[in-house]
Design a protein around this ligand. Structure first.
Ligand SMILES: [Zn+2]
Length: 645
């Protein structure tokens, strides 16, 4: 498993720094898959389940030139049941020297299951909040893919972490539980001065920097974060960063986007990061305020390709715009609301991917957005199966969880199709509602939570939509047959096959574009609900061509457009009268022609009546409005429209 995964990651790394949409996506996915790796193999530690974490203060000493950490971690925790001991996750090679509570030293043990078990002096009753401080040190074990990394860039030392929910225990005592967000944290990072001219390292962590205290030999930087955060989104780094910032006006409550970059990358970064403000403004406009606007946003460069969305400070391997957009999007979708299980990973990754698409739409325009959607669809339809939502078995496979085709691309296009189905106003309102729902904001959500919020917000039953596109597999393959019996109308028959047997029919609004002989265009949306569905549409020009899904709004592939050859020489000799009519319609045909059937469709394309071998039909009981007649004869088919009054 580990060997094959490593091979898989190595293959991806070849394309890491390309600007191409898909390859950039690989860069994102690579880092995120890496961060998840240890999560997959983790067994939730039931021994940490008897308390609710409220607060951590991390006081850490690191020297970027030495792979070692010394720390005091103070934790506030509320007992869920009466407790006589408290357990934290901490790698067994990290040496705990003491545990203190109100001036008293507590007894503790460490074991080979990476547990630190502390005996409490008295029973801590259910509902009671208490705290203690753990002092420890050690050289965090490298997993080979890195959770605490000491290395150099351009000859200069750096320490960085890639926040891993179940790798955090490698470098600090914590509770590695995805569903117990820590209400707030303070991080104090102490680093040595690194040369004789007394230059000091720049330290980075989550939240707002409060202070830098410098003495003769070292510097302590204090960061404060006052939003709920899971352990895997806490990160630190320190090196000889250059620091510069951009201000986000934020309607009169400005906050900073702070960039921590390597000196050797400064020129490139300064050219690349200003767009972060435009992307921030776009997301604020489309959704809501930046969730952490009372603190900051930022980027910190680190030694890994791609990015990782640590809350308030994404760690970045490079500064391409798509990566900036993707990691910023996670601050809402992933950090403010975290996916409730790995089966729901699209709530993080599909959303972040779609938001990076919205950046193409809004900053570059429709042509680029169309290309972006085409590339998503090409990726999705390269294989016939695959669902967005994971099975239980899928969640043990890191390459499936972070599958670019399904969790990222198909998740993103399902959101886009939801937008097309609901319309822009209802779609963006539903996402705003989702982000601000109290049970989920700064907490967790599952797919069924998202669906019920969207249904309540839009007033639509979306069961069939999400069954088809999210829970089941594959995509439709369309055949569209059209003909224009006369100027003024077009007749269309739409059918589909499915690429995968899990879906019997994909209900979808199907966009088409009619192109006239003089370059006229008319966009239509066909509400496709059944096979061999007929549509009769009004068009004021001679149609030369029909384009299927011209803006790539629909997940589909291998579609066929057929110009029906239904006109025949007697077409003009067939007369339907009277028109308008309120009861009887007669069809007059030449002697050589026999009527085989008359089918009448309403404006929704629904068949309302069919009659065989007759030239007279009653429309008396039909609703008023336009009716479309499909008249099949022994010489061919003609279409006529009749106004029922
Ligand atoms: Zn992501």
């Amino acid at each position: 498993m580990r060997i094959s995964l490593f091979t898989f990651l190595s293959l991806l790394s070849f394309s890491l720094f390309s600007q191409d949409f898909n390859e950039t996506l690989e860069g994102v996915r690579l880092a995120e898959a890496k961060s998840a790796l240890q999560q997959i193999f983790h067994r939730a530690n039931l021994n940490t389940g008897n308390y609710d974490l409220k607060y951590h203060r991390l006081e850490l000493d690191i020297d970027p030139s030495v792979s070692f950490i010394t720390g005091d971690v103070t934790s506030y925790f509320e007992a869920k049941s009466n407790m006589s001991e408290v357990t934290f996750d901490l790698a067994s090679n990290m040496m705990v020297s003491q545990v203190m509570q109100r001036g008293n030293s507590l007894t503790f043990t460490q074991n080979g299951d990476d547990e630190l078990i502390i005996t409490l002096p008295t029973i801590q009753s259910a509902g009671v909040l208490d705290s203690l401080t753990i002092s420890y040190s050690g050289n965090p074990v490298s997993s080979g893919l890195g959770s605490f990394v000491q290395e150099t860039h351009n000859g200069d030392p750096i320490i960085w972490t890639l926040s891993e929910p179940y790798g955090a225990k490698a470098w600090w005592p914590c509770k590695q539980d995805l569903i117990d967000k820590i209400d707030s944290v303070d991080v104090f990072l102490t680093t040595p001065r690194f040369n004789l001219s007394n230059e000091a390292y720049i330290a980075v962590s989550n939240g707002l920097e409060q202070s830098q205290v410098i003495n003769a030999t070292e510097k302590t930087t204090h960061f404060k974060h006052r939003y709920p955060i899971p352990a895997y989104l806490i990160a630190i780094s320190a090196t000889n960063y250059e620091v510069y910032s951009h201000e986000v006006p934020n309607d009169g409550s400005p906050f900073e986007i702070i960039n921590y970059v390597y000196p050797e990358s400064l020129v490139n970064a300064q050219a690349s990061t200003p767009v972060t403000v435009d992307i921030m403004n776009l997301f604020i406009d489309l959704f809501e305020s930046y969730p952490f606007e009372n603190e900051k946003y930022g980027h910190a460069q680190f030694g890994f390709g791609g990015g990782m969305e640590h809350t308030t400070v994404s760690f970045m391997g490079s500064y391409n715009r798509n990566l900036i957009a993707h990691e910023l999007a996670h601050q809402w979708f992933g950090n403010k609301i975290t996916c409730g299980s790995w089966k729901d990973i699209w709530l993080n990754e599909g959303f972040a991917t779609y938001l990076s698409g919205l950046v193409f739409e809004n900053l570059d325009g429709n042509d680029t957005f169309r290309l972006w959607k085409q590339q998503r669809n090409n990726s999705i339809t390269a294989f016939s199966g695959g669902a967005v939502y994971l099975t239980d078995a899928d969640t043990t496979n890191v390459s499936r969880i972070f599958n670019g085709r399904l969790s990222y691309n198909k998740g993103a296009m399902v959101l886009h199709m939801l937008r097309k189905k609901l319309g822009d106003v209802n779609f963006f309102q539903a996402l705003k509602t989702y982000l601000s729902t109290p049970e989920h904001a700064f907490d967790y959500a599952k797919t069924e939570d998202f669906i019920s919020i969207v249904e309540a917000s839009s007033g639509e039953d979306l069961t069939a939509f999400f069954d088809d596109w999210l829970y089941n597999q594959g995509f439709p393959i369309y055949t569209l047959t059209w003909n224009q019996p006369s100027i003024g109308e077009i007749s269309i028959e739409l059918s589909q096959m499915q690429s995968h047997p899990s879906v019997s029919f994909f209900e979808a609004p199907v966009p088409i574009r009619l192109i006239g002989t003089s370059g006229e265009t008319l966009d239509l949306i066909l509400d496709h609900t059944t096979n061999q569905q007929n549509f009769f549409e009004t068009v004021g020009f001679i149609v030369q061509d029909v384009l299927f899904d011209p803006e790539s709004d629909l997940i589909s592939a291998n579609n066929q457009i057929i110009l029906g050859v239904e006109e025949f020489e007697f077409d003009n000799d067939i007369v339907v009268y009277p028109n308008p009519s309120k009861d009887i319609v007669n069809i007059k045909v030449p002697n050589t022609i026999t009527i085989e059937s008359i089918e009448i469709f309403n404006t929704l394309g629904q068949l309302v009546q069919k009659q065989n071998f007759s030239n007279r039909i009653s429309i008396e009981n039909m609703a008023s409005g336009m009716l479309f007649f499909r008249i099949s004869t022994n010489k061919g088919v003609v279409h006529r429209s009749v106004l029922k009054n």
